[in-house]
Each structure stands twice: as structure tokens, then as C-alpha cells.
Design a protein around this ligand. Structure first.
Ligand code: SF4
Length: 441
């Protein structure tokens, strides 16, 4: 009996999860399985879950519940669940959702094709969530990445040792471990030979790259090595921890022209009291010093951030301090969320949960301020000409292309499809909160 299947992957959560899903799709395709865009057409459905955001576990379980009906219609359907929720829940998934066939973890994605084969042959349910956490496993894991158009994401490290008090990542993605830099360079070279022109180096905290595992190179050396690859035009990276952002890395923005002038530097709160409760290990003063240093190297560097609104015990003064910090920095963009407790984290034990209405009101106020800042930051580019890497067709209309400036700002402009993957010079003519409009010069 053939085990080749039509598979559908649903992904929740962050860029790491997106990247894991791409890897998973590549691994399955290499075994002859075919990806489909509609769950109804699939006989293998994999849900890649997240636990970081609001009620993410519940969302994942209710999504699985919807697929249960498909399974009732199609008994041969294999339903799998992976990612951070599955890593944390392990075998419990099978009792909470008895119709699920396979459970895989954040570091056992590469086992999924084998699990699917075994389930197809023997029709028994499987759970594989052990964390191997060694570089051999990492190599297998990332040996099959491909670009998405001219861009690709390359994982440089796994896990996190920071234990921010609200965060589940260290528990579900394991301890920090870096890949050897030569291995990363080889992967990027292969992607570039496939047509990729921009790579984003991914890790939970890329600033501590090389501290555990790796081959002695730190993040500065890694970026220099990657930037040295011919035909690669752009290097990006995410995400950063302010406590580990070094002066030598900041200086790299002036030294390595391929390192794009954009940094995502999560602030999380503008109150030192809350930062301490979050176990972030920096103060707002430390954070502002980093911003000043970055802007001394490049006044136009784009700075984006994450903020959690309504951490337990957040007072009016704490929240005002966050707004004041935003006004001090003026971010180009921000992901902001209401705090929600994650089971097993230290913050989940804290008292002082805020009423829902207050959480909503604070988040709305913060997002209104950020919209003003984001718009002002984008409008600053009107009249300027920027190199734009063309990523694809734009949803803005017929004949429109979409690309990004070095500062990672989306620009829509009229152009020809054969420009895909090349850099063109675009004069910015208008700007909104989320994107800009331009003409090719
Ligand atoms: S640095 Fe903190 S927030 Fe980021 S992944 Fe690690 S523990 Fe989570």
C-alpha cells in the first residue's frame, strides 16, 4: 500500500513556527507526499501549534475539534499536531483529543515523515516529543530548507535559557544550542545558488549565538561570514534580547553594507519594576542607551519592538512609563499584546491580574499611539529613493509589485514580473501605517 499522501499544514504562532512548517513541508515532499491548500483535500493534516499568545492552547484544541469532523467523513485521514503546545502537552494531547494520530515536538519535526509511514502501515497512534538537543539533530532538521521567492529563513540556534517569567519558550523549545557557523554558511550558499537574495538568521535570541554549541564564532563573526557570500544581497536577523546586544554588533551596521538597517528589539515594558518582575535583566535606561548607540551608527535605522500590556500588577504609573518609553524611542513598528498567563511559567503564579476591560483599554491606547508613530516613521521616507528587493506581485492591484526597503518597509509600485528577486530603485511617493507607495526611477 502506498503511503504517499496529500498533506495540509496549518501553522499558528511565530516565525520559528512558520519556518518549522516550511521544513516539514520540504521533508514530506521529499518523501513523495504532495502539499494541498485546502484541508478538505488532504489525507494528512498537521497542525503546528503555539503556546505563547492568548488562549493559544484552546485555539489549537478547537481547531483539532473541527478536523475531527473531517476524520469522521474520511477515516483514513491522519491528523497530527506539533509545535510548542504539543511539546508541552505531550501524551496529554491523546487523551484530550483521542482522534489525533500523531504528536510531534519542536525538535522532532524531522521524525514526522517516518511517523506518518509507520502510522499508515500499522494504524497506531504515536507521540515523539523528546528533545535530542544535539547538533546532529539540528543538521538533519535544517538540511532541507528552501527559499520563499528571493527570501529565506535560516535557523542559527534553537531554544532559550533566559526564562523571562511570562514565557513558555525555554520549556517547550529547550535549552539554547547554536549551529556551527560553517554549516549555516553552507546552507545559505545553497539557498543563494537556488536564487535566494535575502536571508533572515533566526533564533530566539540571536545575540547569544555561539555561547552554547556552534564552532567558536559569535554572532558578529557569523553575520560577517554570511555577508561575505557572493550574490547574497541582504542579511536580516531576529530576534534580539537587549541584555545581549553588544557594541561590536551595533558597529557592524556601519561596517557590513549587506546587514540591513532594521532591528527588532523587544522592550516588553517601559517600567523598570515590571521589567524586573518579567526577569528581563535590563532597565529602560539600558534600553535607551542601546537605542542611542544604534541611532549614532545610523540615524535612520528602523527599530521595531514587542510590548506586553497588563502584566500582573501593572499600575497606571507602570503603563504610563511604557507610553513614555514609546514616545522617547518612537518605534517604526510594534507587536503588542495583552498579557495572558502560560501554565508552568513563574508569572502565572503572580497575583494582580488586571480586569479584562482595563487590559483592552490600555492595549487600544498603546496601539493608537503606535499607529501615529508608525505613520510618521513611514512618511519620513516620502520623496526619498530606496533600493527595493522585489518579492512578488502586490495585492494593491493589477501590474503592481511589492518589495521591501533596507529598513524592511513594504513598498507597492508598478513594475514587471521579471524584476522578481532583483533590487530596483524606487522613489517613495506616499506612505500609510503599514506600507508605502512608490515609482521606479
Ligand atoms: S528571551 Fe525571554 S521572551 Fe524571548 S524566548 Fe527567551 S524566555 Fe522567551
Amino acid at each position: 500500500m502506498t503511503t504517499e499522501r496529500r498533506f495540509y499544514i496549518q501553522t499558528f504562532g511565530c516565525q520559528m513556527n512558520d519556518h518549522d512548517s516550511t521544513t516539514l513541508a520540504d521533508l514530506l515532499a521529499a518523501q513523495g507526499h504532495v502539499q494541498v491548500d485546502d484541508a478538505d483535500d488532504a489525507d494528512l493534516i498537521l497542525v503546528n501549534t503555539c503556546t505563547v499568545r492568548d488562549k493559544a492552547d484552546q485555539k489549537a484544541y478547537s481547531q483539532l475539534g473541527r478536523y475531527r469532523f473531517l476524520k469522521e467523513r474520511k477515516p483514513e485521514l491522519i491528523l497530527g499536531v506539533g509545535g510548542c503546545m504539543a511539546q508541552g502537552e505531550g501524551r496529554r494531547v491523546l487523551s484530550r483529543a483521542p482522534f489525533v494520530d500523531l504528536v510531534f515536538g519542536t525538535q522532532t519535526v524531522h521524525k514526522v515523515p517516518d511517523m506518518v509511514r509507520r502510522i499508515s502501515e500499522r494504524r497506531r497512534r504515536m507521540v515523539w516529543v523528546e528533545m535530542p538537543n544535539d547538533s546532529e539533530a539540528m543538521e538533519v532538521f535544517y538540511a532541507h530548507t528552501r527559499g520563499q521567492g528571493p527570501k529565506a529563513f535560516v535557523t542559527v540556534m534553537q531554544g532559550c535559557d533566559n526564562y523571562c517569567s511570562y514565557c513558555i519558550v525555554p520549556y517547550v523549545r529547550g535549552s539554547e544550542l547554536s549551529r556551527p557557523s560553517d554549516d549555516i554558511v553552507k546552507e545559505v550558499e545553497r539557498l543563494v545558488s537556488d536564487g535566494v537574495r535575502e536571508v533572515t538568521l533566526l533564533g530566539q535570541n540571536v545575540n547569544s549565538y555561539g555561547q552554547k554549541g556552534g564552532d567558536g564564532a559569535d554572532f558578529v563573526e557569523l553575520v560577517k561570514k554570511v555577508a561575505g557570500i557572493e550574490k547574497l544581497l541582504r542579511v536580516r536577523f531576529t530576534t534580539n534580547h537587549p541584555k545581549d546586544l553588544s557594541d561590536s554588533f551595533i558597529e557592524l551596521f556601519a561596517q557590513a553594507p549587506k546587514l540591513m538597517p532594521h532591528i527588532h528589539l523587544p522592550l516588553q515594558s517601559g517600567s523598570d519594576r515590571i521589567l524586573n518582575l518579567m526577569n528581563r535583566r535590563y532597565t529602560t535606561g539600558d534600553y535607551f542607551t542601546l537605542i542611542d548607540k544604534l541611532r549614532a551608527v545610523n540615524p535612520d535605522i528602523a527599530i521595531t519592538s514587542d510590548v506586553i500590556v497588563g502584566f500582573p500588577g501593572e499600575s497606571d504609573e507602570d503603563f504610563e512609563a511604557t507610553l513614555a518609553a514609546m514616545k522617547r524611542v518612537v518605534f517604526d513598528g510594534m507587536f503588542s499584546f495583552n498579557y495572558s498567563p502560560r501554565r508552568g511559567t513563574r508569572a502565572a503564579e503572580l497575583e494582580g491580574a488586571l480586569p479584562k476591560e482595563l487590559l483592552k483599554a490600555r492595549l487600544a491606547e498603546l496601539q493608537t499611539l503606535q499607529k501615529e508613530h508608525g505613520l510618521a516613521k513611514n512618511r519620513r521616507w516620502i520623496g526619498e529613493t530606496r533600493p527595493v528587493l522585489v518579492e512578488g506581485r502586490s495585492k494593491a492591484g493589477e501590474g503592481q509589485l511589492m518589495g521591501r526597503t533596507p529598513e524592511n518597509k513594504i513598498v507597492n509600485f508598478a513594475g514587471e514580473a521579471q524584476w522578481l528577486g532583483s533590487e530596483v530603485l524606487v522613489e517613495v511617493t506616499d506612505a500609510g501605517v503599514n506600507s508605502m507607495v512608490g515609482v521606479v526611477v
